[in-house]
Design a protein around this ligand. Structure first.
Ligand code: SF4
Length: 196
């Protein structure tokens, strides 16, 4: 393991106030920076380059998450989260020490069966719902929390199983947030959208 793995995260962005567009309830959102895939039609090409963007200490980020009393969960997307699996796993361990009730959704371009290395397994152990597979333009989905139909929604725990229909069939929401001097659009585009 690289010395800083497990201690820092390189992020594309965060949504600290919480979003309702990336899973049930109000959720702290984290987008990691860096992805080696080049899916045609990628909704987040700016998060692909593997270069420092928003480098944060894992412990400080964990503190920021736990102090938001309004959230019920965390959604992690990217970029490719599993390129930083050790640090994300550590982050979620720290968060759950203080807020064990927070549930976790992770998006990845890998297929679940390929997530076999130890850091990946560590992150899966902290994850309630995994949405896996690369985005495929030919199989675009316009409902639920997946961009294309090749992507599968895996309930790794029962925590969010009661929301299965929402994950698979709910109409999309898109939110526009102002973070400092930056305007970011949150949600999964394409298909039917309610901008709120
Ligand atoms: S895996 Fe996700 S972030 Fe990476 S290129 Fe594909 S759509 Fe973009």
């Amino acid at each position: 393991m690289h010395p800083i793995e497990g201690q820092v995260l390189n992020l594309w962005n965060t949504c600290r106030e919480g979003t309702k567009a990336l899973g049930p309830g109000l959720r702290y959102a984290i987008w990691t920076q860096g992805c080696l895939r080049r899916c045609p039609g990628c909704i987040s090409p700016e998060s692909q380059p593997i270069k420092p963007k928003l480098v944060v200490e894992v412990e400080l980020l964990a503190d920021d998450i736990v102090k938001n009393a309004k959230i019920s969960g965390i959604t992690i997307s990217g970029g490719e989260p599993f390129l930083q699996a050790a640090s994300l796993s550590k982050l979620l361990q720290l968060v759950k020490q203080k807020r064990p009730e927070l549930n976790v959704i992770v998006f990845t371009g890998f297929y679940k069966d390929d997530l076999k290395w130890s850091d990946a397994v560590g992150l899966l152990e902290q994850t309630d719902v995994l949405i896996d597979g690369p985005f495929c333009q030919e199989q675009i989905s316009d409902k639920g929390l997946r961009g294309s139909l090749n992507q599968k929604i895996h309930f790794l725990t029962d925590t969010l199983k009661y929301c299965q229909d929402e994950f698979e069939n709910a109409l999309r929401k898109m939110e526009v947030h102002v973070e400092g001097d930056e305007i970011i659009t949150i949600g999964i585009p394409n298909g039917n959208q309610n901008i709120i």
